[in-house]
Design a protein around this ligand. Structure first.
Ligand code: C2E
Ligand code: MG
Ligand code: MG
Ligand code: MG
Length: 278
């Protein structure tokens, strides 16, 4: 839980002295204020084509081995960082890591799409387009090797501007996915407002879909919707073979989850690819 003793008011950080900030909150604020993201890195979770078993992509997820607090999970710091208005620092780091790794794999003749989680805060930034373009050029990557997963934690009033940015990124060959579809703010409205190519079904529906008919039916309906809109579908949180088989029967195209692999640090991820392709 976030105590939120520090929050952002327009462009100013405000400290609410009536609340006692947790050690974690204080450490997060300090790190981002001073741009010292020491110990922050990307892990990669493989995605496979369910029909063919082919390895087709990976999601880049942030990890933080904090110098004094130890391992922090994204749920412990991402919401706070977003609230403070510093999320672009994480996004930049993750874009660089994802683009660097996919450029490396392409050089090895193993092209793979890497996905980066972005929020409305990122997309509302007028420099976002240029940030991506220069990162791809810097690592000599391919735009088609990059995907953006749009995760919503708050509603944005800048839908028009965001949609324009996404159109320009689409034109370069960058794909866009709606993450955690069906939960929070990742709603049907986004399907009509944004140029997207993929729906990512939230883990909340996937886990237990074998046992719970309701979850299964929600996924069934989501797949029909995606089919009508000609969108690819990815199921996250696939933890066992039964779930994978059921997703295949229902017509979901891509799977990601512990059954295939946990998110892996770069070196282990590259080893996973070696083994998978062997
Ligand atoms: P997400 O984007 O929906 O990512 C999927 C989460 O589910 C990841 O948690 C992943 O490790 C976890 N997961 C994957 N497969 C399984 C499974 O089979 N079983 C279970 N129980 N869990 C599974 P993680 O890495 O803790 O990330 C949590 C959330 O934090 C992400 O949800 C995303 O919303 C956010 N996040 C992570 N990295 C970033 C980032 O670089 N930028 C931003 N803005 N948000 C991020
Ligand atoms: Mg995601
Ligand atoms: Mg997700
Ligand atoms: Mg999720």
């Amino acid at each position: 839980a976030l105590s939120m003793a520090v929050y952002r008011n327009k462009h100013r950080l405000v400290y609410d002295s009536s609340m006692d900030p947790s050690t974690t909150d204080q450490a997060v604020v300090t790190a981002f204020r001073t741009h010292s993201l020491k110990g922050m890195y990307a892990v990669f979770q493989p995605q496979i084509d369910i029909k063919t078993g082919q390895l087709i992509g990976a999601e880049a997820l942030v990890r933080w081995q904090h110098p004094t607090l130890g391992a922090l999970t994204p749920d412990e710091f991402v919401p706070l960082v977003e609230k403070l208005g510093y999320i672009s620092q994480i996004t930049k780091l993750m874009l660089n890591e994802a683009i660097r790794v996919s450029a490396l794999l392409r050089k090895q003749n193993r092209p793979l799409v890497t996905s980066v989680n972005v929020s409305v805060h990122d997309l509302a930034d007028p420099n976002f387009f240029e940030t991506i373009k220069s990162a791809v050029e810097h690592f000599k990557g391919e735009f088609c090797d990059l995907k953006l997963e749009l995760t919503e934690t708050s509603f944005s009033s800048e839908i028009g501007h965001i949609s324009d940015t996404l159109v320009r990124l689409n034109e370069l060959g960058i794909k866009v996915s709606i993450d955690d579809f069906g939960t929070g703010y990742s709603s049907l409205a986004y399907l009509s407002a944004f140029p997207i190519q993929e729906l990512k079904i939230d883990r909340a529906f996937v886990t237990g879909m074998v046992e719970h008919e309701k979850n299964c039916n929600i996924i069934r309906a989501t797949l029909v919707l995606a089919d009508h809109l000609k969108l690819k579908t990815v199921a996250e949180g696939v933890e066992d073979e039964k779930t994978l088989t059921l997703l295949d029967e229902l017509g979901c195209s891509v799977a990601q989850g512990y059954f295939i692999s946990k998110p892996l640090p770069e070196a282990e991820f590259l080893k996973f690819i070696d083994n998978y392709l062997a």
